[in-house]
Design a protein around this ligand. Structure first.
Ligand code: IFM
Length: 451
């Protein structure tokens, strides 16, 4: 474990954006309350029972009822920005058509609460919770999603245009398409390259269509989208490991940003990707392109890659951190602070990227609640060292302008259920009691200079 350092938030300057992130499915609960429709995650967890220990997002952190308390905690920690997502099926229970007024009212109450406490909302439109009715029509595989999504974004922008300036279109499309449509380990649990490639192409179209819809409806909107990214290194100097690492980099880090910048898909690096062309309609190259005001990067770790003849399509495998015997979190993600610096540097080098905001960074450790206290020293070191690397990138002139912690509270960590705890705030899921961890107090102290 690396040591803390003496970095101060004031070194980043007054305009640097500091915040904390969460998402609807992971925190809200109230899954069928006030007219909300089911999402693919509700279905995956409750009907198909695909989550570790059979956990479900039905109650989660009960943010739906407890948002005033949680927003007051954000305030008490001196965190000025709050990123969270809207639940598509709370707003449009069937994905399209009838609008659920109670859903709109709920988000308006949250925006009011943020305003009351002087906290700026940053909204993600899609954080993986597709309405189940749309999944029954093929979900992201069905090209009609470009119309469904446009309708959803248009409803949200009309409803919330006076309350929200900062919008993110998609959350980590490489994860919901890869884990949800290729490996089948995330909702909706589908597998195979055809499903994956169609979901990828339609997501790329939607990330542009969504941004254009927000721009059309809201003057002065600040529009971005978010990408998951990992620093990729080869396991050896052998040419075949280096080439394998390049392929993994193309699929994990370049697949979604490059078409949006007008560079097309990274076809040269991954021959299989040519198959994506069967989903193209005339004019798609143009439709995929969009100028974002910022891109959100969500970087947690690095991956070490080796050539593997048996791995389908990319002939590469990731070597897990525990097999490499390196320091790692409970997700088995290597703690490697320089990864975030390398990713800021890499994405800064794209001419079309104007501004980068780290929209997620954080870690799950084995937190212990003892005497109403969580002494999560490892998380404090984690933040201290990753933020130092963000500072290094900023000082060297790369385009980073903000940093959001994942996450405000412990929450529903998708296929892993409630076992990994990422929060600055511990949740006793039996009582829903909130306990600020030592890392929460560390953040408060760290942000003292900018408040
Ligand atoms: O919890 C997730 C989040 O929903 C998306 N980014 C990574 C986080 C930690 O796994």
């Amino acid at each position: 474990m690396t040591k803390k350092n003496d970095l101060k938030s004031e070194y980043f300057g007054k305009d640097f954006v500091w915040g904390v992130s969460s998402s609807a499915s992971q925190t809200e609960g109230a899954w069928n309350e006030d007219g909300r429709g089911a999402s693919v995650w509700d279905h995956f967890a409750t009907k198909r029972k695909k989550i570790l220990y059979n956990h479900t997002p039905e109650i989660a952190c009960d943010f739906y009822h407890r948002y005033p308390e949680d927003i007051s905690i954000i305030k008490s920690l001196g965190i000025p920005n709050f990123r969270f997502s809207l639940s598509w099926s709370r707003i449009l229970p069937d994905g399209t058509g009838e609008i659920n007024k109670k859903g709109i009212d709920y988000y308006n109450r949250i925006f009011d609460e943020c305003q009351k406490r002087n906290i700026i909302p940053w909204i993600t439109l899609y954080h993986w919770d597709l309405p189940q009715t749309l999944q029954l029509k093929g979900g992201w595989k069905n090209r009609d999603i470009i119309y469904w999504f446009e309708e959803y974004v248009s409803v949200c922008s009309k409803a919330f245009k006076d309350s929200v300036r900062n919008w993110m279109i998609l959350n980590e499309p490489s994860v919901y398409t890869g884990a949800g449509y290729f490996f089948g380990i995330h909702a909706p649990g589908e597998k195979g390259s055809k499903k994956f490639l169609s979901a990828v192409h339609h997501s790329v179209l939607c990330q542009a269509i969504g941004a254009n819809t927000i721009r059309r409806e809201i003057k002065g909107a600040h529009v971005g989208t978010t990408f998951s990214c990992s620093y990729i290194t080869p396991s050896s100097n052998k040419l075949k490991d280096i080439a394998a690492a390049n392929r993994v980099d193309a699929i994990l880090n370049r697949l979604f940003i490059e078409p949006s910048l007008g560079l097309g898909y990274p076809l040269k690096d991954i021959p299989l990707l040519h198959k994506i062309e069967q989903y193209f309609h005339q004019g798609d190259e143009k439709l995929m392109k969009v100028e974002f005001d910022f891109i959100g990067l969500q970087c947690y770790t690095r991956e070490v890659v080796a050539y593997n003849y048996f791995a389908p399509y990319i002939k590469a495998k990731l070597i897990p951190a525990n097999r490499r015997k390196v320091y790692h979190t409970v997700m088995d993600w290597e703690v490697y602070p320089e990864a975030i610096y390398q990713m800021i540097k890499k994405f800064s080098s794209y001419h079309g990227v104007k501004k980068i905001i780290i929209t997620e960074n954080g870690a799950a450790f084995n937190d212990k609640l003892e005497k109403n206290k969580v002494a999560d020293v490892e998380r404090i070191h984690f933040f201290s060292n990753y933020i130092a690397q963000v500072y290094r990138a900023k000082k060297e002139g790369y385009k980073v302008h903000g940093y959001f912690i994942w996450s405000l509270t412990d929450n529903f960590e998708w296929a892993e259920g409630y076992y990994p705890r990422f929060g600055l705030v511990y949740i006793d899921f039996k009582t829903q009691k909130r306990i600020i961890k030592d890392s929460g107090y560390w953040v408060k102290n760290f942000l003292m200079d900018v408040n």
